[in-house]
Design a binder for this molecule. Structure first.
Ligand code: ATR
Length: 290
């Protein structure tokens, strides 16, 4: 009953995920179960889309369309089809969550950076025993490894929270370009090993180093990890990367890539429905269908 057939009526709202390929996406499973859990009259489908412009021209014109998620390869190309874009998403240059307003206009968000940053903030709050208020990232030295799509999300997200951002990348030019945009400092991956102007820094890996099948690799040597109070890895295959294992051994708080994945979904649900996400249901389904 993935598609909530019993709920389909003339006024059923239609959501979906656009991508190519898209059939592997678990989002329909998560969203349909969530809609059902609160009796929302809505379905969430897989949309295999080739031409994003054609798709959004139609999508903005049909009243049952209420919002969609956007995945590879459309996260950048979809930008030009939007009426309104979250300012940070615009800077990052990628969107993954689109809400269709009743007047047919399209508003876009990037929930990837919100998911990652909120997971890191909660990790730091646990460390400081602070429950709310100002961002615990404010004033922190925040080192981002990598300068690709995920690197941009983390760097802009952290900068927005008032962190002092360092971008370290194998290709220095890419680090420099991103660091300049966020008002941060650039270095190479080799340099970051001996970079410890202070203790209690935050580390976010967005490179693919350590991803399956090369699970023995790590983007930063263990000896360098002792200067960090929290280490996040955007990789989620495997969940427990070598970087996170070594960070844990060094005494840092660790934040899994799966946490970014799940929280970006919570944000999408909130934007779609205006309701808080059924977080436990999301978590249970993600684990069951991992
Ligand atoms: P994503 O959108 O997931 O961030 P991406 O845009 O392809 O993916 O970026 C991949 C990142 O991982 C880049 O920062 C890349 O470094 P380069 O800019 O030098 O290419 C980094 N990366 C990939 N393989 C790497 C490796 N073997 N060693 C170090 N960095 C690597």
């Amino acid at each position: 009953d993935l598609y909530n057939f019993r709920l389909i009526r003339p006024d059923t709202k239609v959501y979906g995920i656009i991508g190519k390929p898209v059939g592997h996406s678990k989002s329909p499973l998560l969203f349909n179960a969530s809609y059902k859990s609160v009796g929302l009259n809505a379905v969430y489908l897989h949309f295999l889309v080739d031409d994003v412009e054609k798709f959004f021209n139609t999508y903005s014109a049909v009243d049952f369309a209420s919002g969609c998620s956007c995945t590879i390869p459309h996260k950048e190309a979809a930008l030009k089809c939007m009426d309104e874009i979250d300012p940070i998403a615009k800077k990052i240059g990628a969107i993954n969550n689109i809400v269709r307003r009743p007047d047919g206009t399209l508003t876009a968000f990037n929930t990837d950076y919100i998911g990652a940053i909120s997971a890191i903030e909660d990790g730091l709050r646990g460390l400081n025993g602070v429950s709310s208020g100002a961002s615990p990232l404010a004033g922190k030295l925040f080192v981002v490894l990598g300068a690709g799509g995920a690197g941009k999300s983390l760097a802009y997200g952290a900068a927005q929270k008032g962190a002092r951002v360092v971008v370290a990348n194998r290709t220095f030019e890419r680090a420099k370009e991103l660091a300049d945009k966020v008002g941060g400092q650039a270095m190479t991956l080799a340099e970051v090993e001996n970079f410890h102007p202070e203790e209690g820094m935050v580390l976010a890996n967005t490179t693919s180093v350590g991803m399956k099948p090369k699970i023995d690799e790590t983007p930063l040597a263990k000896h360098a990890l002792k200067h960090y109070c929290l280490v996040f890895d955007a990789i989620y295959t495997p969940k427990d990367t070598r970087l996170l294992r070594e960070a844990r051994e060094t005494g840092a708080v660790i934040v899994y890539g799966t946490e970014m994945l799940i929280r970006q979904g919570f944000e999408q649900y909130k934007n779609f429905t205006g309701l808080p996400a059924p977080e436990e249901l999301f978590r249970t389904l993600m684990e069951k269908h991992a």
